[in-house]
Design a protein around this ligand. Sequence first.
Ligand SMILES: NC(=O)c1ccc[n+]([C@@H]2O[C@H](COP(=O)([O-])OP(=O)(O)OC[C@H]3O[C@@H](n4cnc5c(N)ncnc54)[C@H](OP(=O)(O)O)[C@@H]3O)[C@@H](O)[C@H]2O)c1
Length: 406
Amino acid sequence: MKSRKEFDIIIWGASGFTGRLVVTHLFKNYGVNNDLKWAMAGRNKKKLKQVRFSAADNSVPIIIADSNDEVSLKEMIIRTKVICTTVGPYATYGDKLVSLCVNQGTDYCDLSGEVQWMRKMIDQYHEIAKNNGVKIVHTCGFDSIPSDMGVYFTQRELQAQMGQPANKIEMRVAGISGGISGGTYASLTKVMEQAYFDKEVYKVLANPYGLNPKGKIEGNDTRDLNSIIYDDVSKSWIGPFVMAGINTKVVRRSNALSGYVYGKDFRYDEATICGKGLKGRIKGYLMAIPLLIMTAKPKSFLKKIIDKILPKPGEGPKKEKREKGFYNLKFYATLKDGSRVLVKVTGDMDPGYGSTSKMLGEAAVCLAKDNLSNISGVLTPSIAMGDFLLKRLENRSGLTFSFNIV
Ligand SMILES: NC(=O)c1ccc[n+]([C@@H]2O[C@H](COP(=O)([O-])OP(=O)(O)OC[C@H]3O[C@@H](n4cnc5c(N)ncnc54)[C@H](OP(=O)(O)O)[C@@H]3O)[C@@H](O)[C@H]2O)c1
C-alpha cells in the first residue's frame, strides 16, 4: 500500500507548449482542490505564474524543479502519486526523473516518442520498477495512445464477439490535420543526432521489436514502409506514416508484456493512405517530401535552414489550427480464417497538441485515480491502464472507437 501523498498529479513542464494545454484540460475538467489534487511544476516561476494566470487560477500550487537540480526533483516527486512530464527532449532531461520515480515509488507518464531513450529506460529500470510496484508509462500522446489503444480495443472486441484475436492488423491513416511544436522538433532532432552518430541507437530504431522486453526482441514483422506502394487492404496508394517507427514498436511491446494475448505470430504495420489512381500515387510522393526534410542530416546546410523555419521550443500550432484539427485512423484486422473487421479511431482536435494534451492529462488521472491492476515496470498505455484508459479517452479526451464487421 502506497503512503498518502499531498497531490494526485504534478505536471512538470507546465510552462511549455504542451504542458500549458494539459493544465488547461485538468483545470477545465477537474477544478483544483476538488476530488483531484494537482499542481504545476517547472524551472521558471515567472513563466509558471503566467500560465497559471491564462490557463487556470491562483489556487493551483506551483512547484519549482529543474532537471539539473536533483534535490529539487526529489522534493517534487515525493509529494505526488503521479508525475506527468512534458519536459523534453526526454533523452536530455528525463533520466534522473525516471530513476527517482522508480526508487521513490511515484508512478509516471510522459509524451516521449524517443525510442532510443525508452530502450535505455527499459534496460535500466523495468526490473526495478517491477519490484518496487511502480508504473512508468511512456508514449501517452498521439504517439502512441491511438495506435496502442486502437489495437487493444480491436483485439478485446474480437475476443468478445468472435472468440479469437486478429493475427494481423494494418493501421491506415485515412485523414489527419495538425502542426508541429518546437519541443517536438527538438526531440526529433535529438533522435536523429543520436542515430547518425551512434550505431547502437540506429540498430534500436531500425529493429521492429526495438522496444520489446529483453530476450523477446523477435517476431515476424519487418521494417516500416518507406516507399509509395499500392495497398490491397485499403484499395489505395499508401506511403510512410511519420509515427509508425514509434507506434508499431509500442504495440509489439504491449503484445509481449501481455504474454502474447494477440498471438506470438501477430503482425502489425502502419501507413498513410494517399488516395486512389494516379492522383493518389502522385500525392504519395508529395506527402513524402516533408518527411525527408524533417529527417535531414544533422548539421547539414538543409538542416540549418529547417531549424530557422520551424517553431522554437515553447511555440506550436495556434488555437484555431488545434481546434480545426482532427485524425481518422482505420485498423484493418484479419483473423486466422481470413475474415475481416474494420475498427475506426478518431480524434476531435489536432493530434500533436489539442488531442495529445487531453490524452496525457487523462492518462495521469487514470494512473492516480482508477482502480488499476498492480502490474508494474516500464509499461505501455494499454498494459498499464487498459479498459480504464479506454473509457477516459472516449468520455473525456474526444476519441471515438468503433468496431465494424466487413
Ligand atoms: N507523443 C506525442 O504525441 C507528443 C506530442 C507533443 C509533444 N511531445 C513531446 O513532448 C515534449 C514537450 O513538447 P513541447 O512542444 O511542449 O516543448 P516545449 O514547449 O519546449 O516545453 C518544454 C518544457 O520543458 C521545460 N524544461 C526545459 N528544460 C528544463 C529543465 N532543465 N528543467 C525543467 N524544465 C525544463 C521547459 O521549461 P521553460 O518554459 O522554463 O523553458 C518547458 O516547460 C517534447 O519532447 C515533444 O517531443 C510528444
